[in-house]
Design a binder for this molecule. Structure first.
Ligand code: DGY
Length: 323
């Protein structure tokens, strides 16, 4: 009997491709440059499965052009690049990769927040430029993390892991806003308090965005929201670029209406808004919050587990629409 055909749509760990090759006829696009929509359509035609990341757009049009497709397995937790409703309507099973990246991503979010608050990138660039002439009392004096108020927008697994670091590691007061409240049993060990979105913005010393990107969360932080924040506050985004209006953010940072920001994700990534690039008080990283070697390997293996399960009559570990 012939094996199912799958496309691995980007360069990943070769041993994970090796696992897939034990079960499937694999077409491996072993490049870092993403496939164009047209290349993706051509290479996916006739395949039953795809191992994908957050960059391949899985649209209704693509599904119609690839009627043999049965499974879309993402190595990312975010799945805003997949039209889940269109997949479900066509019986295509979809999985993402939650849990395995939670702690690594929370570590990075916390680090980015600290880098912004304590002006780590800005001061390093200053030093490397040879601008350090003398020690000064106010040299790169920033904001404290310990004992300050940590605001979290989006209190899923990663939000809770960040809250744990803030509350238990740094003695921060944790406030959060999320569609659903945590149970009292979840809130109590973190001392976490649900507040309205406006309260969150007004009270947080350090606001961190960890919510999914959906049509509803597009530009959820724009000029009116930034205007509610403290001038001394920081904003960290490890969600998706589209949750922030970057022009409004650049304006607020440039005018000193917000102290600093840490951004790992960008609306037009890998392009970065030039207004952000021109500012000193923003720490910019290239979408690497989950990028530790063990975690990236675990993300790839989870996607492979799901693909193998669903195309060999089993059940996905982390399916999004059954399967
Ligand atoms: C995720 O898993 O969604 C990360 O942001 C990497 O894209």
């Amino acid at each position: 009997m012939s094996q199912p055909k799958v496309l691995v749509a980007r360069r990943i760990f070769p041993e994970v491709v090796g696992r897939l090759r034990e079960c499937f006829e694999v077409d491996w696009y072993d490049e870092n440059e993403p496939l164009s929509p047209e290349q993706l359509r051509r290479r996916l035609a006739g395949k039953q499965g795809i191992f994908a990341s957050g960059t391949e757009q899985i649209t209704a049009d693509l599904l119609d052009a690839c009627p043999d497709l049965k499974a879309v397995c993402l190595m990312t937790v975010g799945y805003n690049n997949v039209d889940l409703a269109a997949c479900t309507a066509r019986g295509v099973k979809v999985s993402n990769a939650p849990d395995v990246l939670t702690e690594t991503t929370a570590d990075f979010g916390f680090a980015l927040m600290m880098a912004a608050a304590r002006r780590i990138s800005e001061s390093e660039h200053f030093l490397r430029r040879g601008d350090w002439q003398q020690w000064r009392v106010d040299l790169f004096a920033g904001a404290d993390i310990h004992a300050s108020t940590l605001g979290i927008l989006g209190m899923g697994r990663i939000g809770q892991a960040i809250a744990k670091r803030g509350a238990l590691g740094f003695g921060m007061q944790v406030i959060y806003h999320n569609r659903s409240r945590l149970s009292p049993e979840q809130e109590a060990p973190l001392g976490a308090r649900w507040v309205s979105k406006d309260e969150l913005l007004a009270q947080a010393d350090h606001l961190i965005l960890v919510l999914p990107y959906t049509p509803e969360s597009h530009h959820i932080i724009g000029a009116p929201e930034l205007a509610l924040m403290k001038r001394t506050a920081t904003l960290t985004n490890i969600a998706r670029g589209g949750v922030v209006d970057e022009d409004a953010l650049a304006q607020a940072l440039g005018e000193g209406r917000l102290a600093a920001a840490g951004l790992d994700v960008f609306e037009g990534e890998p392009q970065v808004n030039p207004r952000l690039l021109a500012l000193n008080n923003v720490v910019l990283t290239p979408h690497i919050a989950s990028a530790s070697v063990p975690t990236r390997r675990a993300m790839c293996n989870l996607a492979a587990d799901n693909l193998i399960a669903v195309l060999t009559g089993g059940v996905m570990k982390t399916g999004l629409n059954g399967g």
